[in-house]
Design a protein around this ligand. Structure first.
Ligand code: FMN
Length: 202
């Protein structure tokens, strides 16, 4: 699969405490592409790992069942499409072009279609099944929450914003990502985009 290098520059302008206290769920985005620097930093802070046994989030049994996919609509220097993040090398893998008649089911949340990126976290059951059986589901949901919080805080730190989307249609997203539902299941999604600039005081 074509691999896309991501920039490494740290563009955050605020402290961790500031990011934590200013995080809110936002689903109105500035009408411009999300910068590649911001997306890169969100992914790097959330999941990059040079060491196979350590990541920026905890994982039950260190089995790391969560995979990160991106539905990219409008990101600087990326073609619209479906991508997969490789946390070991901090690269995106381009999977395929976003179909023009992509039928993302947003029945309850039309705002999702305006998000420049939809992050989709999936759980690969086979990684935790041998050790945890059904308990692996709970562990992977908890793990996805840790990754999600990393993403939301990193978004705030890079002048972006996001909103978890719990109203996704699991089958619809599995079809879009062409997942084998026996082995891999969508567990969490987060919409991300550039934050709307605050009007300067007159
Ligand atoms: C697991 C989860 C799923 C959520 N799903 C949605 C959603 O589908 N649509 C939405 O507008 N907000 C969603 N939210 C955001 C919550 O509405 C929001 O976190 C809550 O109102 C508190 O506001 P705050 O995040 O700005 O502090 C979700 C939050 C979580 C944690």
């Amino acid at each position: 699969m074509p691999q896309i290098e991501l920039p490494n520059a740290d563009t955050s302008t605020i402290t961790l405490a500031e990011a934590m206290h200013s995080r809110i769920s936002q689903h109105a985005f500035e009408e411009q592409p999300l910068s590649i620097a911001s997306l890169s930093q969100i992914l790097k802070n959330s999941a990059f790992s040079e060491n196979a046994s350590h990541r920026p989030y905890p994982s039950g049994g260190a089995l790391f069942p969560i995979e990160i996919y991106l539905l990219v609509r409008d990101v600087e220097s990326l073609s619209p499409g479906i991508y997969h993040y490789r946390p070991d090398v901090h690269r995106l893998e381009f999977l395929w072009v976003l179909s023009e008649n992509l039928e993302l089911d947003v029945t309850f949340d039309a705002w999702v279609t305006s998000a420049p990126v939809l992050i989709v976290l999936t759980a690969q059951w086979s990684r935790s099944w041998n050790k945890y059986n059904d308990f692996g589901l709970e562990l992977s949901l908890l793990e996805a929450g840790h990754i999600g919080q990393n993403m939301l805080l990193s978004a705030v730190a890079t002048n972006a914003c996001g909103c978890p989307w719990g109203g996704f249609n699991e089958k619809n997203l599995a079809d879009i990502l062409d997942l084998d539902n026996e082995r891999e299941q969508v567990v969490y999604t987060i919409a991300l985009g550039p934050s709307i600039s605050k009007a300067s005081p007159n």
